[in-house]
Design a protein around this ligand. Sequence first.
Ligand code: OKP
Ligand code: ZN
Length: 342
Amino acid sequence: MKLFFSPDQMAHNPQKEISDGKLVDAVETPQRAQMVFEALKDVAGVTHADMQDFGRKPIEQVHDTGYIDFLHAFGDLWVEAGREGEGFPFVWPGRDFRTDKVPHHLDGKLGHYSFDAGTPLTGKTYGAAYASAQSALNGADALLRGDGAAFSLCRPPGHHAGKDYYGGYCFFNNAAIAAQYFRDQGAARVSIFDVDYHHGNGTQSIFYHRNDVQFLSVHADPLEEYPYFLGHADERGTGMGEGFNFNYPLPLGTEAPTFLHQIQQGLTEIDRYDPDYLVISLGVDFFEGDPISQFKLTHPDMTKVGALLRTNRPTLFVMEGGYAVGDLGRNVAAIIAGFLLD
Ligand code: OKP
Ligand code: ZN
């Protein structure tokens, strides 16, 4: 199994994030990727592979060009405005505000292109998010060339990012970019199964009206947990996409049996859909020791998660969340070792 990761992804190195009404140490750090990389390259059957640059085009197949340009220009805009530190939005369009005009002012742009204040944006973010998307694209390319599985160590993560907004530590939606790339290279159907603790609202929104990419997500109930405003079981897709979106919200405190059962349910729907490629949006924040999450899977449960995700379909793992930095590497390694068992 090839492992894709670029050191350029480390450049996004936020110091602080807004949480509980204060600036606190950022939890989505480059160290996360470092830990996962170190642990994964010791798993039997995993090899770090060289990366190609697929350019900006496959990112533009998913994201709005105005949005991409804004992330690209942000560092300069921030400095020109005479600001220091990291960028945070503080104003958003309310329910009946206009969203058809993009404000000229930096604070207006920040609100236009985001949905939360918990995601620090810096001058180095664009380059790292671009490299993270390239890791996803290299993984997709490996499968298109015949590999049975690949691991894209995407970081910053992607599943909260929509077509034209960032949030939840996510800027480019790596899983969506990979899925779209499979389609653009001739795949008829792609499934994305999101097993991160948080609902993959961005991925859901990107494909909500489409039947060529099936989206499924197991996550904490949004009535109780971030991202709060999307991820309910009655969100089933719209128009042509109706019946191609599946949400499995679970209570806080969920343990392995319930979690694994819901993954099994999702896999049944994937079988019914019969995709050419399966993308797993893999967050390991369902771990009991995760500092921002409230599911209770243990380290030994990780092997079971990986083993359950073995189907006979080409499978691309795309890294999402997981913040228990000390355990992150061994948890991801256990999932992949479970997946690779014969
Ligand atoms: C990103 B991913 C804690 C704030 C947490 C956002 C969580 C984003 C999770 N006080 N805010 O899905 O792992
Ligand atoms: Zn998460």
